[in-house]
Ligand binder design. Structure first.
Ligand SMILES: C[S@@+](CC[C@H](N)C(=O)[O-])C[C@H]1O[C@@H](n2cnc3c(N)ncnc32)[C@H](O)[C@@H]1O
Length: 355
């Protein structure tokens, strides 16, 4: 089968990094070894929304149950190829039914992402975040009897309770949090006690103990900035190639920085971990250094690997090249694979010219 090799990097594990594997996602995923990939960032075909013009495509199953089953088959392989502590970022939007057979009354939302997510939970995945991708430039809609759709979800899923998440790499500038009503003063107004959980907390309510500890130390926010939160305002893709469902590069950046390690051990593939200690350089806080986390004697390293089993126009490859991460793509439509190849090659040339 035809593969598009783009990167000429040294590849010690024999993995097809820097390549787009042309073919069906399940079939091509089966060729990859178990536990070989650090993170998966992908946007699968939504239910009944696009025709990618190729036999064997996912998305046109006719019933939402069949669509869920088709994606589950892919995501089972994803679970196999992920390293322990790896993660999956899934951008998937919903569809309005035109006929009851689609899974809802005509005009009703099918809740296709929710159906898929419930099936994934029953197969051992944990949903760690449901990020709102808010679009400041949504598609104009002529609907008169509902609100227009201006966001899509991006889910973060993991298989393990402990997984790689480099929050320090994606922090954003903070304004002081000390005046926040739930954290200011003694906290009694809102029922907060500095140590005890508020009396109105339910058994699964979250705790603010980290913030309380920072307050006790007289620190208003983390020196590297705050957690970016789960609403990301990102304009839809500016890329205007022949692919019509491209996600924006900015949507891929945070997932890659947080969950595709800058360095993994060349011997065993374990991710280097960031030291918790934040160093100061004058008034500037500096990211903690990366340290080896395995027992291998050899200190040689490579970057982590991100996989996109629905590569489309290659956005994940583009961002991975820019952030110096290795990547693997899979795409059924050979024309899209060619398009992605050209796009990633152009980014490589720009990177080399800038270096
Ligand atoms: C939503 S698009 C991905 C867009 C991509 N994130 C980008 O930024 O360009 C989904 C892609 O999945 C591909 N696809 C559909 N069925 C597939 C299958 N069975 N195996 C692999 N790829 C498939 C389509 O051709 C399409 O390019």
């Amino acid at each position: 089968m035809n593969n598009k090799k783009l990167s000429n990097e040294h590849n010690t594990m024999g993995l097809p990094t820097g390549q787009i594997l042309v073919g069906d996602a399940v079939t091509r995923l089966r060729e990859l070894p178990a536990g070989s990939v650090d993170t998966v960032v992908t946007s699968p075909p939504y239910f009944m929304l696009r025709n990618y013009g190729v036999d064997g495509q996912i998305g046109l199953e006719g019933t939402v149950e069949d669509w869920v089953q088709a994606l589950l088959a892919v995501l089972r392989e994803v679970a196999r190829v992920l390293k322990p502590g790896g993660s999956l970022w899934l951008n998937i939007g919903d569809t309005y039914a035109r006929h009851e057979r689609h899974g809802a009354l005509p005009k009703g939302l099918v809740l296709a992402p929710e159906r898929l997510l419930l099936a994934l939970i029953s197969e051992g995945w944990m949903v760690r975040n449901k990020v709102v991708w808010a679009k400041p430039n949504p598609m104009p809609a002529s609907v008169q009897d509902r609100l227009s759709t201006t966001w899509e979800p991006l889910y973060l899923l993991t298989r393990d309770r402990r997984y790689l998440f480099d929050l320090d790499a994606i922090r954003v500038p903070a304004r002081s949090q000390l005046n926040h009503p739930t954290t200011a003063g003694s906290g009694t107004k809102y029922g907060m006690r500095s140590k005890a959980r508020p009396h109105w907390s339910g058994p699964l309510a979250g705790s603010n103990s980290g913030l309380e500890q920072m307050k006790a130390r007289g620190v208003s926010s983390h020196p590297l900035g705050k957690n970016p939160g789960d609403v990301w305002t990102i304009a839809t893709a500016a890329y205007r190639g022949a692919h019509f469902a491209t996600f924006p590069e900015a949507l891929v950046e945070r997932p890659l920085l947080a969950t595709c390690p800058e360095r993994v051990c060349q011997g065993c593939g374990a991710a280097w971990r960031r030291a918790r200690v934040v160093r100061s350089l004058g008034s500037l806080a500096v990211l903690g250094a990366l340290r080896k986390s395995c027992g291998c004697v050899d200190r040689a390293w490579q970057s982590g690997i991100v996989l996109d089993p629905f590569m489309g126009a290659g956005t994940v490859g583009v961002v991975a090249e820019r952030l110096h991460r290795r990547w693997i793509g899979i795409e059924l439509n050979p024309d899209f694979a060619q398009l992605a190849t050209r796009r990633i090659r152009a980014v490589n040339s720009e990177n080399q010219a800038a270096a």
